[in-house]
Design a protein around this ligand. Structure first.
Ligand code: F0G
Length: 456
């Protein structure tokens, strides 16, 4: 059969309503033109994030009831530990409440001021946690990853020459570890090849620098390797995942993505000194090491979810939905990042609104237009989220002004995406009529979550 269908039926539904366009304009105004500040009930289709927004399976709901809430050494912890060990092969396993807690404790324990941390592309919370510890996060993705039109299969790869250059320039003493993010969320959800992970590991070994994988979407990355990399078509996704982790010394994980859970994260590592330092920081900040800020029932849900994320049929269906929306947008001529990423469609706001200067935030203009037009909530990944400044404090634009339509896992159907497409087409048809924004209030770090905008 050519038609790829959802490998599940729907047993429970959650209603939403669509408020009128006039109401949406008013709500966005009240939210200071920042969709993060909207009430979720005023959103029709919420594509803000794929994080913690997925639907659980019947097996996960059943597992939830088995939660052992013992403070120390619970049964649920044992299941969590065994599953995470099976997939990652790591010696030391720590649950945390979500991905950024792992990043924060890793930064707290292994990073000092003046350090430099390379990555293909840091996610915003990773970047902010490293900066908070006084380090400099550096993005070293391959050049094709920065070109929305390039259709290379592994646009999330790390540029080995740039990595080598970076270590030589700063000195290996200042690089306590390097990271690689699979898939490369901020660069369009593009995958990283096994060949690249292996080569990065070899290069880092030469300098004695550990490799940390940011593993949020490791199962989606495994699917891409299965589909696109020579030698992997005959392997299962879990075998591919195991091989990926075998090249890492440690990993951070948000289980709100490929854990198919609504909350959770982990940190894993092989080095006993890293583990000891992490454990002590964990007890201080998150909780005892056998629950790490999670309830026993969350640990149960994750143990099931991690394995479901590695089911081939599930990944095949998920990718088909992302490709469906992307291909329809390409047919209409709407500028998007190609090829389809793992968890989202990324629109190129710079090409969508060429009349809006980067520092008038074309991405925000597109996000707000989609909300006003049809109640769709998306997110900007551009100069607001990744804005940085020169030594005189002047704001600098980023390379890419992207808008992400993230796909919550197992939540929306094809007709929801047909509706999304209709809304975007309407915005596209009157694209000349839109203008940009300026920021009127912002915090120092992670400003996109809470800053205020006004139209210019
Ligand atoms: N790393 C990556 C690559 C991520 O995409 C995220 C979260 C994190 C780390 C942090 O994990 O949210 O559990 O603390 N990404 C979400 C998103 C929020 O919308 O892309 P967290």
């Amino acid at each position: 059969m050519k038609t790829i269908i959802e490998p599940f039926r729907i047993k429970m539904t959650e209603p939403f309503r669509i408020i009128s366009q006039d109401e949406r304009v008013e709500k966005l105004d009240k939210a200071h033109q920042n969709v993060f500040l909207l009430d979720a009930e005023d959103v029709a289709i919420d594509l803000l994030t794929d994080s913690g927004t997925g639907a659980m399976s019947t097996d996960q709901w059943a597992a939830l009831m088995l939660g052992d809430e013992s403070y120390a050494g619970s049964r649920s912890w044992k299941k969590f530990e065994a599953t995470v060990r099976e997939i990652t092969g790591m010696k030391h396993i720590f649950p945390v409440h979500q991905g950024r807690a792992a990043e924060s404790l890793l930064s707290l324990t292994q990073v000092k001021p003046g350090d430099v941390i390379p990555n293909n592309s840091h996610f915003d919370t990773t970047r902010a946690n490293l900066q908070y510890a006084g380090a400099q996060p550096v993005d070293l993705v391959v050049d094709e990853g920065l070109d929305p039109e390039d259709e290379s299969p592994f646009k999330g790869n790390m540029d080995l020459e740039k990595l080598d250059q970076c270590i030589k320039e700063h000195g290996k003493e200042r690089v306590p570890f390097a990271m690689i993010t699979v898939t490369n969320n901020t660069g369009g959800g593009q995958p990283v090849s096994m060949g690249n992970i292996k080569a990065v590991k070899r290069l880092l070994d030469h300098y004695g620098i550990p490799l940390v994988i940011d593993a949020c979407r490791f199962a989606e990355n495994s699917y891409f390797i299965h589909e696109r990399e020579k030698g992997y078509a005959g392997k299962s996704l879990i075998q591919i995942a195991e091989e990926m982790f075998s090249y890492a010394d440690a990993a951070t994980m948000s289980l709100k993505k490929d854990g198919l859970a609504n909350i959770g994260g982990f940190f894993v590592c092989n080095d006993p000194d890293w583990a000891e330092a992490f454990k002590n920081a964990l007890i201080l900040r998150e909780g005892f090491p056998t629950y790490g800020g999670l309830a026993g029932r969350d640990l149960e849900v994750v143990a099931v979810g991690l394995m479901e994320a590695l089911e081939y049929d599930y990944q095949q269906y998920r990718h088909a939905t992302v490709e469906y929306l992307l291909n329809k947008m390409i047919e209409t001529g709407i500028p998007v990042m190609k090829p389809a990423g793992g968890h989202a469609v990324f629109m190129d706001a710079k090409s969508f609104f060429p009349q809006i200067e980067p520092l008038n935030y074309p991405g925000i203009a597109l996000v707000n237009a989609m909300y006003e037009e049809g109640g769709i909530r998306a997110v900007e990944l551009g100069s607001v989220m990744f804005g940085h400044r020169d030594e005189h404090g002047n704001e600098l634009p980023t390379n890419l002004e992207l808008v992400r339509l993230a796909f919550p896992r197992r939540v929306y159907t094809q007709s929801h995406f047909d509706y999304v497409l209709e809304v975007i087409k309407q915005v596209w048809e009157k694209r000349d009529t839109y203008g940009g924004y300026r920021i009127t209030k912002q915090p120092k770090l992670l400003r996109h979550f809470s800053c205020w905008f006004e139209k210019v």
